[in-house]
Write a protein that binds this ligand. Structure first.
Ligand SMILES: [Zn+2]
Length: 117
């Protein structure tokens, strides 16, 4: 992936530099995986962005696919009950369950970019 071909969502200029990496843990059907997330910084406005691989929801430890499963079935045996009710409470009010809506719902400080690797 060429980060120089990405458009900055803030200033709409092109050109990023690598900024930092951070480690996240995600659970895929109960199994814990460690992934490295790359942060890039815009050379023009100096905002930072996380580059995410598809299927990972920012700031969530659960995959999109698993969230869909939980919302649909109201159960999941790969997650404990308290976590399940948290997820249901969080995402059930969404008018439509799409990857984008879940990301927006889960967003904190940083905008996210959706990039396949
Ligand atoms: Zn920018």
């Amino acid at each position: 992936m060429n980060i120089n071909s990405l458009e900055c969502p803030y200033c709409h200029e092109y050109g990023f530099s690598y900024h930092a990496y951070y480690i996240r843990h995600i659970y895929i059907f109960g199994k814990k995986y460690t992934i490295r997330i790359t942060r890039v910084i815009c050379r023009h406005c100096h905002k930072t962005h996380a580059i995410l691989i598809e299927d990972i929801i920012p700031y969530s430890q659960i995959r999109f696919e698993d969230i869909l499963y939980m919302l649909k079935n109201k159960t999941a045996d790969f997650i404990d009950m308290s976590h399940l009710s948290y997820i249901l409470k969080k995402y059930t009010p969404l008018s439509s369950i799409t990857y984008k809506n879940i990301c927006i719902r889960n967003r904190r400080k940083y905008i996210c970019m959706f990039l396949s690797t």
